[in-house]
Design a protein. Structure first.
Length: 557
């Protein structure tokens, strides 16, 4: 027979963790037709000698919910061998949503995911109201990658309860209706639901994100929707301090595991040298829940973010900064930053362990005020020492003198190689937290698959190539029940990443581009060494560029 595409002479790493082997891969009608010695002809043949042929990577933690309205190529994930993305994480999203509450949904994304309001206002198409309609609208756009959805609890609660969702728990009648809508979403193909308990997840008008007000009775009802259907997973942001899981949160994990009968994946597990044993303590504490199916998420990248001070999400975990997010206008923020009471409270907050208490790691990256240019590339600690000030005062004085246009870089977690080796070799830990589509003006970690394969597999040899590929393919696919993705096998959908193992990689420092709606800035992470990517049999990435192929599907559970 004649095939659509044959990939010749490659090294197959099939995504299961099994040993690599040499083989050809034949594709026809969007499926893998043969793996072995292929002698028949094809419309297109790729010589993959010296290259690895693997399943397309599955990114289980993204926030592309809005971006798919204006970027069907789902960049930059599509540059990094990713063929499927899961969105709707952390309890925040844009469906279901009534027309009169769209501003609230967008401002939730502004505060929680750091996406500028003007970008959302210009870019979101709003050609849906319910969650099933949202999924159908995504499919109708003919994306380049496969899109999968989990149901974020905040918009569901707001859809039923209105503004009360930001203030209180649901009544039994409201809980019943929210649960019904989550069940409806799952019947339409959603892969579960998500929520958060993080104190920095502040939504509209600086109020706690609506899902944070959900009672145990509510969570039971929503988890039961998964149990009734026998599929799906729950994603939840749990740790009050990143990397630190406390006893009551372990109890909540246990509760969700029991009531859903399904896996629960939680964030965020980052190694912190300011709390040196936090990760080990968390893993010990959560061991009973991990044994039952809990999966902590981490990233293989060191967390280095840029922070624009008119949208200072990086400081949202500090109680003092609640005032900043209550009114995000520049005039209101200036008043807060200048207030001695705010500064004193912030100084008090810093006495608790945080990744930002070391001002040597907070560096002035860019200023607009020419009189401040001499401060660029200096840490706040340096500036404070030079000015004879407390670091908080030096920091905020600089921000005010620059009319809040200051941009910072903040280096925090996952920096210790020995501890990262522990995390990478722990089979319970899910590689994720790329956060694609979120925090677009301060960081881009969506290239973590190529970073994992370049830095931790090739350069540091912390894990094998086979295990690295498994962590990026079948492991996340299995968690969410995407059983036909994440493995390279005969009869499976032809999602394939073809890469040069000697060149694959990406930097953890992104590039700035002004390609968001309205020309707004974002940070992207280019890839290296990804030669070809195939989505459902169509070449979507070819030697450094995207093609016009739009073969992505909405993956339904």
């Amino acid at each position: 027979m004649s095939y659509d595409l044959v990939i010749k002479n490659g090294t197959v790493v099939d995504g299961t963790g099994a040993a690599r082997y040499q083989a050809d891969v034949a594709i026809v009608d969007g499926k893998v037709a043969e793996i072995g010695k292929v002698t028949e002809g094809a419309k297109r043949t790729i010589d993959a000698h010296g290259l690895v042929v693997a399943p397309g990577f599955v990114d289980p933690h993204t926030h592309y919910d809005a971006q798919i309205c204006w970027d069907g190529a789902v960049t930059p994930s599509s540059w990094h061998g990713v063929t499927s993305v899961v969105m709707g994480n952390c309890g925040v999203g844009i469906a279901p949503c009534k027309p009169e509450t769209r501003e609230i949904a967008m401002k939730d994304l502004v505060n929680v995911e750091g996406i500028p309001f003007d970008v959302l206002n210009k870019g979101i198409t709003w050609d849906w109201e319910t969650f099933p309609e949202f999924m159908d609208a995504a499919a109708a756009r003919k994306p380049s990658l496969n899109l999968a959805f989990i149901a974020p609890l905040t918009p569901f609660r707001h859809y039923v309860m209105g503004d009360a969702s930001m203030e209180r728990a649901a009544t039994p009648a409201e809980t019943h209706e929210i649960a019904r809508l989550i069940g409806e979403a799952m019947d339409a193909g959603a892969l579960g639901f998500s929520s958060t308990t993080l104190n920095q997840h502040m939504g509209f008008e600086g109020k706690p994100l609506a899902c944070r007000n959900a009672s145990r009775e509510e969570m039971k009802a929503y988890a039961n929707q998964l149990k009734q259907r026998g599929r799906g997973a729950i994603e939840i942001a749990l740790t009050r301090q990143v990397g630190v899981l406390e006893e009551d949160q372990c109890e909540l994990l246990d509760f969700l595991l029991e009531e859903s009968g399904r896996p629960v994946t939680f964030i965020a597990l980052f190694d912190r040298d300011d709390i040196p044993e936090a990760v080990r303590d968390t893993l010990r504490r959560a061991a009973p829940q991990i044994a039952k199916g809990a999966r902590p998420q981490t990233s293989p990248l060191p967390l280095t973010r840029e922070c624009n001070m008119d949208n200072p999400f990086a400081f949202a975990a500090f109680p003092a900064w609640k005032r900043v997010f209550a009114d995000t206008s520049k005039a209101a923020q200036r008043l807060v930053y200048a207030d001695p009471a705010f500064r004193n409270q912030f100084k008090a907050d810093l006495k608790n362990p945080t990744g930002f208490s070391d001002w040597r790691r907070v560096v002035v990256h860019d200023v607009r005020n020419p009189a401040l240019k001499h401060l660029e590339r200096k840490s706040i600690a340096q500036i404070a020492q030079e000015q004879g000030k407390d670091s908080v005062d030096a920091f905020l004085d600089t921000v005010l003198a620059d009319d809040l246009d200051t941009e910072l870089t903040i280096s925090s977690w996952n920096t210790r190689e020995d501890r990262m080796r522990e995390l990478l070799n722990n089979p319970a830990i899910l590689m994720a937290l790329g956060d694609g589509g979120a925090h677009v003006d301060m960081l881009c970690d969506a290239g973590y698959p190529t970073y994992l394969l370049g830095t931790w597999v090739r350069e540091k040899q912390a894990i094998t190539l086979e295990e690295g590929v498994r962590k990026l393919t079948s492991d996340p696919a299995d968690l969410f029940g995407l059983k036909d993705r994440g493995r390279l096998k005969k009869g499976a959908p032809a999602d394939v990443a073809i890469f040069d193992p000697a060149a694959i990689g990406s930097s953890n420092h992104g590039e700035r581009r002004h390609d968001l709606p309205g020309g707004a800035k974002r940070i992207v992470m280019p890839s290296r060494g990804v030669e070809y990517t195939v989505v459902n049999g169509a070449l979507t990435w070819e030697q450094g560029r995207l093609t016009d192929a739009k073969a992505g599907l909405v993956l339904r559970g």
